[in-house]
Ligand binder design. Structure first.
Ligand code: SF4
Length: 245
């Protein structure tokens, strides 16, 4: 039985489970990405061309239809009954703090596992929690970046930002991430995920060793390995071998 009402924790997410080894107890909120629920939760997804390769279609969701059905119901509730949704979210965050304390771990929470919404109000209410997110929507950057307990990583898209513009992107965003095809990612990190790659004047480290983006330095690109079937892995959002040469 989950200790949370609407959040996902390490028991249903292998990447989150690795966090204990780094001293953190992590949970997150998985909504129905893009417009799947009839409500848009990823404002920049059409331009970034990330809807098809989105992780919402992978993992348990690729096996059990009920996973995305539940995410859709949850997302509709956020829009139709926001106060009760936020009450459940606050309940989960308090439960996370208590559980982390009992386990002598630090609490961390990722509110946008499959969305790109503005959670600044909630982040400010829980200064004892380390929040973190990837983001594409730049509309609330000024508000988000001043919060000391909110770590943000800008998600690059191959459709919008070629490698020769990565240096410029890192001048604007303290840390970026990019999804690479398995061929490119494995060529760099398969033998040694802790390797540091220098490419096109930027530093690239693996973002797949754990989910805790805030443990990585700023000024780097976090490399993520594309997941899903071949068509997804060659999506315009993904940096493939044709652009990494
Ligand atoms: S912004 Fe992120 S969560 Fe939303 S569709 Fe794109 S990859 Fe998925």
């Amino acid at each position: 039985m989950s200790r949370f009402r609407i959040s996902t924790d390490e028991r249903s997410n292998a990447k989150l489970a690795k966090s204990r080894g780094y001293g953190y107890l992590v949970a997150g909120l998985s909504l129905a990405s893009g417009n799947l629920s009839g409500h848009q939760v990823c404002a920049a997804s059409a331009a970034a061309k990330c809807i098809a390769p989105c992780l919402v279609h992978t993992g348990q969701a690729a096996i059990h239809k009920s996973v995305n059905r539940y995410r859709i119901i949850k997302t509709q509730r956020l829009f139709n009954d926001r106060e009760s949704f936020l009450a459940d979210l606050r309940w989960d965050l308090k439960a996370l703090v208590r559980a982390a304390g009992r386990a002598s771990l630090k609490p961390a929470y990722r509110p946008n596992v499959l969305s790109d919404l503005n959670w600044c109000e909630i982040v400010q209410e829980f200064p004892e929690i380390q929040f973190y997110d990837y983001f594409k929507d730049q509309s609330h950057m000024a508000e988000k970046f001043v919060l000391p307990n909110y770590d943000l990583t800008y998600s690059l898209s191959a459709a919008l930002c070629s490698p020769d513009r990565w240096t410029k992107a890192l001048e604007r965003f303290p840390r970026c991430s990019a999804v690479f095809s398995p061929e490119v990612y494995d060529g760099w990190f398969k033998d040694d995920p802790s390797k540091v790659i220098q490419f096109n004047g930027v530093t690239i480290v693996s973002g797949d060793r754990h989910d805790l983006t805030f443990l990585n330095p700023q000024g780097v690109i976090l490399a993520l390995r594309a997941k899903g079937h071949r068509a997804i892995r060659s999506n315009p959002f993904v940096y493939g071998s044709e652009v990494i040469s």
